[in-house]
Structures are given as C-alpha cells and as structure tokens.
Design a protein around this ligand. Structure first.
Ligand code: GLC
Length: 532
C-alpha cells in the first residue's frame, strides 16, 4: 500500500535557511559548501527532503526574497556548479531537494525591472504593475505594503507608480502578462532540468491582484498590536480567483516531469487555504497549513482544528503540518522548552507531510537581537513591535565553541547564548535530549506506514490531553499528548485495546505495558503500539 504514496507524502521536509546553516569560507554567512558538509547530519537525523530558502543572486534587501537573477546562485552562497554538486549529493543519499520559487516579485535590480522602469513604452513595461497617480495625485489606491506604508512607489522618470506588496525594492510581477508568465515558467523548467524535486512557492496567494484595483476595506478587528498592513482587509490585492489559473500553469510544468511537487505559502483561513489544492492535478500539492503556528497551544483547540482541517480536504488533498519557519517566532519560544517536545511528537505523528525548521530539532529559542545588529527590513520599517524575524534566523549551533562551529568569522546574526549546551554535538551525545527525541520520532515514522500514511482517528481532546489513533492495514498506534504542566490521566477502557508504550517525549518509558489507561506526566506525550 505504501507504494501508492509518493515521497512528498511519506517523507519529512527540513527547511534550511542557507545564510544560517553552515559557513564554509569564514564570511559569517552560510553557503552551499556548508550545506554540503552537513548532509551527513541531515541523513543521520532522518529527514527526507531539504527545502532551501533562496540562494539566488540578490541585493539582499529582504535576504534573498528579492531576486535579481532567477537562474543562478549568488556568489555569497556559491556557484551553479556547487549547486549541481549539492543536488547530486542529496540524491545520492536518497533525499530530495526543494527550492524556494519567488514568483510574486523580483528585486528592483532585476534587469527586467530596470528595463520596465526605463520608459512607458518599454517592451517589459507590463511585466510589472504600473498605474497612474490617483486623479487628485497620490497613490492609485489604498493598498498597503506588508512591510509598512503604501504599497505604491512613485517613479519620477515615467510619472507612474509601481506596486510592491513587500519592500519597494521588491516590485510585484504582473502575472496577467503572458510573456512574463512564460518567462517565469521557464525558470521552473531551468531548475527542474537541473534535477530539483520541487518548489516552495513564496506568497502564492498574492500573485494575482484585482484587475480593477479596487480599494480595500478597513478591517473592523484590527488593533494596534497587529502589523500596520492588517488595518485593511486584503480583499483586492490577495487571493483573487484568477490566481488558480496561474497555479494551474505552474502545475502543468511540474506535471511534465516525474514526481515533482510544489508546496505553497498561503496564510489564509483554512476554508480558503484548501481551495489551493485546486482540482486533481491542477493545484498546489501542499498548500502550507500553518495552524500549529497560528492557533493557541491548547489540546481542545488543536484537536478541533485537526478534525476540521481533515474534513475540509478535497478527496485528492494530502494534509501537511508546520511548527516553524523563518518568518515566525521559534516553537520553543512560543510554548516553552518542555512543550516543544510535545510539539515534536504532534508534528511527527499527525497525518500529513511535516515540515521541520532548522534548529527546532535542537529546541532552539529565539535569540534577542541588539538594536545595532538588526538585519530584517520588517523590524527596520516597523520597529519595536516584535515583528522582526532575525531572532528565529540565527546560526545553527553545531558545537560548544564560541562561534558554535557555524563560522570561523563574524556571524551575520548573533549566535545563541544557549549554544554552549544546546548544540548538535552535545545533544547528539545525550540519550534524553530533544534532538534524540526528534531522531527517534523520525525513525519510527519512517519505519511504520501507519504513522506516515495511516488514517487519523480522533479519540479524545479534553482538559490538557489530546489523543488520537493512526492506523493502516498493518498496525495501530495510539498517541496521547499532555499539553499541560500538571500530570494527566487518559482512560480509554472499552475504547481501545492493550498495547506497549514505544516512545515517551521524556525518553525513559520504552516497552511499558499499556492496559487502556495511561498516566501522563507534566508536558509528556507518548506513543503506544496497540495489539492487533
Ligand atoms: C515570504 C517569505 C518572507 C519574505 C516575503 C516576501 O513570506 O517567507 O521571508 O519576506 O515572502 O518575499
């Protein structure tokens, strides 16, 4: 049965933020050679696919999400030849490589934009979104940039505004233009031909805007604790119906190749999110499901959310789950070090493809960034609101040395003060560490089809305890998680058979008998293999 499923359904994705994974040349910024040198670790850990955040040529206004050449590697990260070596090495280890594809905007330094802004008659003028000023002057409408201020930038030379959903250094591409569309689909082919297994598609719900450029309405639920762009509902600049036609075009390129996939970044309510699966063979394989990032960390809330999500999936829709990424505070900082272990067990026992953010397997926390070391443009533009993303982007600690084995130079972001003990080398040697837990969870998930492709059956979500079963033809597992700091008991007498406890988040209870009743310590999760 397992053969009916493909790698991106059975496997686990690991996100590498290249700037912070491993530096090989002492410039304080991670690079492709560095990633190559750490593939042994990733193989040991037991992940199946790597997703690399952008490593393309970029002025780095948004740390690589502002691309000036879609078909090359930034010299900071290495060369195309090194990239080819990385693909080959990843494949040799029977792993997959997923690249970040950033279709919504390029860098303002991309030659396409330079050409586009050169004159109103430029052949690439309509590759971007240019509008006249409003009748009385000023921006064409009220749309706001995610990074603060108006989303329109006036260009003196041609007397028009261009639209940028993010920084003004990131002008939005116009996917309604067939030539631009073809040029971007060729970018996909360029990387697919080099052997890339798939793409994580950046802000995919943003790529088509309203053709009438209507003003957005104010959001009645806005409060000043939220990012300023949230003052308006993003009705007309995101999630437009025509986006699905563009996705279908991207998907048909992937369909020209074997078993390639795309996972799309979509921050929308779950009933909108699932529309990104599209029809069979036409949508995104995995629209990122960020509910574990967005929802309060409560057994009941999450239990309900899991069931609702499962119920909303289209018949061909494969689920997926995420605990963290380079845009959100680290899981251990959100819910605490003890619950981070419960989160690991949840992520790796739910039905659906898990994506694991580098360093979360070490229980890394957000790292406080002194004001003079702030890098993220979001923090610079909208300071002091805690919106900056540097704290979750700090270097991976490999060992207890002062620079954590990450670099021989000055790291681009500070290294965590915890890295003296919270580093790969130390945690690998500790049989009860969170890293050991991750490795054992990954190993169990890979070994047991019930855990990677089996059904999800909810059992209980009350108080602080969430329990569910995973099952396929061969085996049945019970997972019970205590989201609280008090001990809890789960009594399933009459509802489930006996079995053996195979893993506790505390890593000290293997092979205990289970007789339908399980006592959970504070912050403990367990996996029980049920008898047939
Ligand atoms: C996505 C990326 C984020 C970036 C933004 C603009 O949300 O994940 O890091 O700043 O797109 O490209």
């Amino acid at each position: 049965m397992s053969d009916e499923f493909v790698w991106w359904q059975k496997g686990v994705i690991y996100q590498v933020y290249p700037r912070s994974f491993q530096d090989s040349n002492g410039d304080g910024v991670g690079d492709l050679r560095g990633i190559l040198s750490r593939l042994d670790y990733l193989e040991w850990l037991g992940v199946d696919a790597l997703w690399l955040s952008p490593m393309y040529p970029s002025p780095m206004a948004d740390f690589g999400y502002d691309i000036s050449d879609y078909c090359n590697v930034d010299p900071l990260f290495g060369t195309l030849a090194e990239f080819d070596e990385l693909v080959a090495e990843v494949h040799r280890r029977d792993m997959r490589l997923v690249l970040d594809f950033v279709p919504n905007h390029s860098s303002s330094e991309h030659p396409w934009f330079q050409e586009s802004r050169s004159s109103r008659d430029s052949s690439k003028r309509h590759w971007y979104i240019w509008r006249d000023p409003a009748p009385g002057g000023g921006p064409p409408n009220n749309w706001l940039s995610q990074f603060g201020g108006s989303a329109w930038e006036f260009d003196e030379r041609t007397g028009q505004y261009y639209y940028h959903a993010f920084l003004k250094e990131q002008p939005d591409l116009n996917w309604r233009n067939p030539e631009l569309c073809e040029a971007m689909l060729d970018v996909l082919r360029f990387w697919l031909d080099r052997g890339v297994d798939g793409f994580r598609v950046d802000v995919i719900w943003h790529i088509v805007k309203d053709d009438e450029f209507r003003n957005n309405e104010p959001d009645p639920d806005y409060h000043p604790g939220l990012a300023p762009h949230r003052q308006l509902l993003a009705t007309y600049n995101t999630d437009r119906p025509e986006v699905h036609q563009v996705i279908e075009k991207m998907r048909s390129v992937l369909n020209e190749y074997d078993e390639r996939m795309m996972v799309g970044e979509v921050y929308l309510p779950v009933e909108r999110l699932v529309t990104y699966y599209g029809g069979e063979g036409t949508g995104v394989h995995l629209p990122f499901n960020f509910q574990l990032i967005e929802l309060p960390w409560h057994a009941r809330v999450l239990g309900d959310a899991i069931e609702r999500y499962e119920g909303l999936l289209p018949p061909h829709g494969w689920p997926n789950w995420v605990l963290g990424n380079h845009d959100n505070p680290r899981i251990a900082s959100r819910i605490g070090a003890c619950q981070a272990r419960v989160a690991a067990m949840l992520l790796l026992t739910l039905r659906g493809t898990p994506t694991l953010y580098y360093g979360d397997e070490l229980g890394m926390h957000n790292v406080p960034i002194p004001p003079d070391r702030v890098q993220d443009p979001f923090e610079r533009n909208v300071p002091g609101m805690g919106l900056g993303r540097d704290p979750e982007r700090t270097p991976m600690p490999w060992n207890a040395e002062p620079r954590a084995g990450f670099t021989s130079g000055e790291p681009w972001l500070p290294i965590s003060e915890e890295s003296g003990h919270r580093n790969v080398e130390s945690l690998r040697a500790d049989p009860t560490s969170i890293l050991t837990l991750y490795r054992r969870l990954l190993e169990l998930r890979r070994r047991e089809p019930a855990l990677h492709i089996g059904d999800y059956v909810p059992l209980a979500a009350h108080g602080d305890v969430l329990a569910y079963r995973r099952r396929d033809e061969g085996a049945r597992y019970l997972i019970a998680l205590n989201f609280g700091a008090e001990p809890g008991v789960l009594d399933l007498t009459g509802r489930t058979g006996c079995g053996k406890l195979v893993l506790s988040t505390h890593l000290d209870r293997d092979e205990e008998d289970f007789d339908c009743r399980v006592e959970l310590r504070a912050d403990e999760g367990v996996i029980v293999k049920l008898n047939e």
